[in-house]
Ligand binder design. Structure first.
Ligand code: CP
Ligand code: NVA
Length: 307
């Protein structure tokens, strides 16, 4: 049995494969919009394991699998033996004998790596403390859809050096664009820890207004990610000046886009008039999770498809 292809972090795909996925996403999306039935994953089953909450990830994977002709099963820690301490290695052996594909949202990246090492089928990262690769797949796709190639463009990340930020760092390296990052003191990025050893694709700025200057895309995320709730009070103070507001958007390129992975907190990391304003593409971004992940699931199970 050949080793399965996993998607545990963005760097599990080459830039050429990411380019293929973006093209494939366009085809799958337009077919879906034209109400054309496309069931390449008929009789295939996706198991989704959630150890954290979700709206978009659960819905986009579950609906996406059904739209491709397959079925999806939802497991959460509370209801499964994983929540009672069954070893991840054992769970992976069993679960991967009963399905064709696994998606996991959990805390430590090491958990999904451990699961994948014991899985007979592809494993997809649906968010860990360290990475959120499916999000960046959809985000970059959304940029390309609206503005053309991202190569050579500038993306500004304002806020926390979290899972989404880490994945943007990897994307800049893979897809050859520049990431401007501004985080509050004490929350700095650690590129080496996420496999980004060359500083040519990112630049850190103490002042978020400087980071936003000239950017083609401004993006941010919550100040307190899932699993870090006990730091919330400290973070509310530390991140006070890292809100994307109209003045910050005015520093960016005149046709800059605004993105947020959602859920958002208006009045914290983003001002209401930005997320609800004309430069915001957050609803298209959220919808594209569905289309991009359908292309991803098809690729992991069937490799490249030409029809
Ligand atoms: N952006 C995102 O992953 O949303 P959910 O937490 O709702 O899945
Ligand atoms: N950084 C956020 C993303 C939520 C989709 C979190 O991990 O909670």
């Amino acid at each position: 049995m050949p080793a399965p292809r996993h998607f545990l972090q963005l760097t599990d795909l080459s830039s050429e494969e990411l380019g293929y996925l973006f093209e494939r996403t366009t085809q799958i999306k337009s077919r879906f919009k034209a109400y054309q039935k496309y069931w390449p994953l008929q009789d295939r089953t996706l198991v989704m394991i959630f150890e954290k909450q979700s709206t978009r990830t659960r819905l986009s994977f579950e609906a996406g699998m059904q739209q491709l002709g397959g079925s999806a099963i939802y497991l959460n820690t509370r209801d499964s033996q994983l929540g009672r301490g069954e070893p991840v290695e054992d769970a992976a052996q069993v679960i991967s004998r009963m399905c064709d594909l696994v998606m996991i949202r959990t805390y430590e990246q090491s958990m999904i790596e451990n699961f994948a090492a014991n899985s007979r089928v592809p494993v997809i990262n649906g968010l860990t403390n360290e990475y959120h690769p499916c999000q960046i797949l959809a985000d970059v796709y959304t940029f390309v859809e609206k503005r053309g190639p991202i190569k050579g463009r500038t993306v500004a990340w304002i806020g926390d050096s979290n899972n989404v930020c880490n994945t943007w760092l990897q994307a800049a390296m893979l897809l050859d664009f520049k990431l401007h990052v501004s985080t509050p003191p004490g929350f700095e990025i650690e590129p080496e820890r996420v496999g980004v050893h060359d500083s040519s694709h990112y630049q850190s700025f103490a002042d978020p207004m400087e980071a936003a200057r000239g950017a083609d895309l401004v993006t941010t995320d919550v100040w307190t990610s899932m699993g870090f709730e006990e730091e919330d009070a400290e973070r509310q103070r530390a991140f006070e000046n890292w809100q994307v507001d109209a003045a910050m958007m005015a520093q960016a390129s005149p046709d800059a886009l605004f993105m947020h992975c959602l859920p958002a907190h208006r009045g914290e990391e983003v001002a209401a008039d930005v997320i609800d304003g004309s430069q915001s593409v957050v609803w298209d971004e959220a919808e594209n999770r569905l289309h991009a992940q359908k292309a991803l699931m098809e690729f992991l199970l069937l490799d490249r498809v030409n029809d």
